[in-house]
Design a protein around this ligand. Sequence first.
Ligand code: SF4
Length: 716
Amino acid sequence: MENASTPTHCPYCALQCGMNVTPLPQGGVEVTERPDFPVNRGALCGKGRTAAQVLSPAARLTAPLVRSRGRLVEASWTEALDRVAGQLGRTRERHGADALGVFGGGGLTNEKAYALGKFARVVLGTSQIDYNGRFCMSSAAAAGIRSFGLDRGLPFPLEDIPKTGCVVLVGSNLAETMPPALRFFSELRSNGGTLIVVDPRRTRTAEQADLHLAPRPGTDLALALGLLHVVVAEGRTDEAYVRERTTGWAEARAAAMAHWPEYVERITGVPVPQLRAAVGMFCEPEAAMVLTARGPEQQSKGTDTVGAWINLCLATGRAGRPLSGYGCLTGQGNGQGGREHGQKSDQLPGYRKLDDPDARRHVAGVWGVAPDSLPGPGRSAYELLDALGTDIRALLLMGSNPVVSAPRAAHVEERLRSLDFLAVADVVLSETAELADVVLPVTQWAEETGTTTSLEGRVLLRRRAVVPPPGVRSDLHVLGELAARLGVEKGFPDDPEEVFGELRRASAGGPADYSGITYRRLTEENGVFWPCPDHPAGTTGAAGTAGAGESGTGAAGTAGVHPGTPRLFLDRFATTDGRARFAAVNHRATAEEPDAEYPLVLTTGRVVSQYQSGAQTRRVAELNAAAPGPFVELHPRLAARIGAADGDPVAVVSRRGRAVAPARVTTAIRPDTVFMPFHWPGEGRANTLTNPALDPTSRMPEFKSCAVRVELAEPK
Ligand code: SF4
């Protein structure tokens, strides 16, 4: 197997581009195009093209490390695992199970996310588990569940985008985050459709738009309300659809009517004629879509902001209809699957609610434990990190680097340092792993088999293509070994297909039903869209319902087998009455508005050659050369005011700290806003500045907006 070319998927973002991986006879590994995968048709961004380099032993950990006299030194697997299990066991004895924390990641495969959630609840008995996906799209998930009864990033496949009439892309910079996806939007425009981009910056994505709306960061809730006001005022509401397929319109309508276009212009800075133009472009074609990403979601009012964009779709009859709808573009490779299988603090596998008695009974039955033995919901990601060293004394962390990626990162780093014990399982010695007492080097991506779920809700099989370096073990193996040392001998196999088989049973009948999906089908069908129950479409199997609001068929359905569900909600929404619910939402300020001391708004984001905390991509020479460090994007008027020229080191200061990086002077940003990418540690760490104010529903921190001042780092 390991000398031939293996079709698999990229280790990075949620597009999960198909690629072939081939070990080379002279050593090393080659990544090549895989045109048969319909999403990217062979296209890869620079990260995907260079992905083989993260497999190089030079770039990664190949032996366990334990802390001895203050330093991390190499140790045997037995010593490292004994130390982790011993410390977790002693901490639980001394302080109780909830003194143990578990922190996962949206890059973990479905099998790993599932095993990690089970390990936390069955072996450790702790409620304190969450993952870094909470920082990504949890507001969209909460808003989707509130309005549609179900959250699946995109409820339709990407291939529908070129066939619709208009797409409003809100707070997404696809040109930097997932460039191969841009083709869907260029095809849309070639077919006569239009693209509206909402972003405070004139990004490379915004440059391709027919209309670019540039609101002040944190005001797109007001913007969506203003657009809805215009829809109503111009008589563009789809009254029949609203009557037949929704509830809650009267309250939502009243909220929108209180947001006059002129008032919205004052809040957002978007001129009234642009509001009217956007409504015309969105409402005139027969079908249209709204897609959101981190911009509207990473706010302390992210759930309501996404809810306002969903309202716009509902009022105009553009959800649950062919080629129309609302969708969220998830970010991390398994951001979607990562939140469906139990590493989220309030969720059990199959996207079941942890506080639902039926869900507890079902999953406990699969796990062979008493429902009452399962802990209840725990803290969300930032709240968990904030409790380290106080309520939580020991932490097991897998596949995450919060020292760089968490908000108020200096505080999070201090909390990590204050733990009695920190164990990190990772591929590389990340900034967080550097603080650990034990570091466990694990296999990754092409070295192991496992499933991910892409932003389309398409479950995919990543296949093992190369032999891992000696000295590394899989996360599944680590969990099994720790479980055995903590007295649970069974239930944690290290064969991913066996874990997936159990995940299928645990998810059966739940909202994210994977019970009809097998590794064989994933290989033969190039992925399967969930829900996919283990019985034919249109029937109800023993496991439970036929899937919530499912409609449409998969491309390769076989008689007697459920084909999967590429398109959701065409017949009904996944609510109890089958109707979508409007959210009655009103504009409110960000948690930290500019003032005399901190007069500007900082917003953060990504660049094409780095990925998330940069733990992998900063180790790839070509990517590092293309994006060697952070920068501060600022408008020429602001630059002139502080006396900064392009390249001068400037300091960005918030109530939480100071970050320094070279100025990048550009008219592509509003004069009242500065931008920093967040991929780097050290003095240019953008998350030193960000605000951990949380959305009350999704518990999402407000990464996208905080008050700052900017000054020359060294006076001239
Ligand atoms: Fe990988 Fe995403 Fe780039 Fe595709 S767009 S190659 S999935 S990082």
